[in-house]
Design a binder for this molecule. Structure first.
Ligand SMILES: Nc1ncnc2c1ncn2[C@@H]1O[C@H](COP(=O)(O)OP(=O)(O)OP(=O)(O)O)[C@@H](O)[C@H]1O
Length: 230
């Protein structure tokens, strides 16, 4: 589904990503872990075309997207939930969700499954995004990314600053989405238990390189929690 090959990234002269290679499969959750500042968000921005790739290639659904602009990647089927959510605070919940449909030709109907997954969004349809709690805004950001029916959903630290009950809802939603077998999920997370409970495969990053990788079910015995805490 997604194949990244020898990706390098730099801001000015500072080399941030150092030759990353990995794949993300449909129907599976890939979790990317790593401490603050190791380059996780930079990797996601590279995948979305928000920073220009210096070296290496990104193939999505059999197509080389390395140099496509962000909107073309969204149109190709990549949904992105950025860190900090970045919903439109002055627009209503319904308008935020419709923004997610903007790249889909003729798309005017919000898919009902978003409301099945996050019923609170239906109850709050006409409230402004900025009036929602942090957890509700996170659900809205995920709903917005799902509106156009992505084949790959990328989430950047969806549990950051969110209350535990909503973390459970988000966990359930991600598991349900992967289980449909229609979508690949790439999840960046620092909250170890959440990452481990969802991971089919994991990648652990340190200073722009993967220092450990493997199957989700072996995360514990591989010592990922300890490696993250060092
Ligand atoms: N626009 C930028 N210009 C210059 N340096 C940047 C820029 N954005 C990030 N960096 C630097 O690149 C490195 C990687 O940052 P990045 O945000 O990718 O890390 P991260 O692993 O996502 O961390 P966090 O968990 O805090 O979001 C950091 O040292 C950061 O200071």
């Amino acid at each position: 589904m997604l194949k990244v090959d020898s990706l390098h990234q730099a801001y000015g002269g500072s080399h941030i990503l150092r030759g990353l290679s990995f794949t993300v499969e449909t129907g599976k959750v890939t979790t990317l872990l790593g401490r603050n500042g190791v380059g996780k968000t930079t990797l996601l921005k590279s995948l979305m075309g928000l920073v220009r790739t210096r070296e290496g290639s990104i193939t999505f659904d059999g197509r080389d997207i390395t140099h496509l602009p962000p909107h073309a990647r969204v149109q190709a089927g990549i949904g992105y939930v950025p860190q900090g959510r970045e919903i439109f605070p002055r627009l209503t919940v319904a308008e935020n969700l419709l923004m997610g449909l903007a790249t889909k030709p003729g798309g005017t109907r919000i898919p009902e499954r978003i409301f099945d997954m996050f019923p609170v969004l239906k109850q709050m349809m006409h409230r402004r995004g900025g009036d929602l709690s942090g957890g509700q805004q996170q659900q809205l950001a995920i709903g917005r990314a799902l509106a156009m029916g992505p084949k790959l959903l990328i989430l950047d630290e969806p549990t950051e600053g969110i209350q535990p009950s909503i973390i459970k809802d988000i966990e359930r939603a991600i598991r349900t989405l992967a289980a449909t077998g229609e979508m690949a999920i790439l999840l960046v997370e620092q909250y170890y238990d959440f990452a481990e409970s969802l991971a089919d495969q994991y990648l652990l990053m340190e200073r722009g390189e993967f220092i450990m990788r493997g199957r989700g079910e072996t995360m514990q015995q591989d010592g990922v929690r300890e490696a993250l805490a060092v």
